[in-house]
Design a protein around this ligand. Structure first.
Ligand SMILES: [Zn+2]
Length: 62
């Protein structure tokens, strides 16, 4: 299952992902590769307050 601590694919929800590198200069965003659907997605750190809106709503259950 996805959680704030565990990264999972934003496309298929799989946790079978590999971290690639930091995305540009924004250290809040990391780039991951999903081995399941072979897609690259960006993961935004949850704890950090930033001007990136729209991602925190997904964690409201916790
Ligand atoms: Zn995937």
């Amino acid at each position: 299952m996805c959680s704030r601590e565990r990264v999972c694919c934003s496309f298929c929800g799989s946790a079978n992902v590999a971290k690639m590198s930091l995305f540009g200069t924004a250290q809040l965003v990391s780039q991951y590769y999903c081995k399941q659907c072979k897609s690259v997605f960006e993961w935004v750190r949850w704890r950090s307050e930033s001007n990136i809106a729209g991602t925190r709503d997904e964690g409201k259950a916790i």
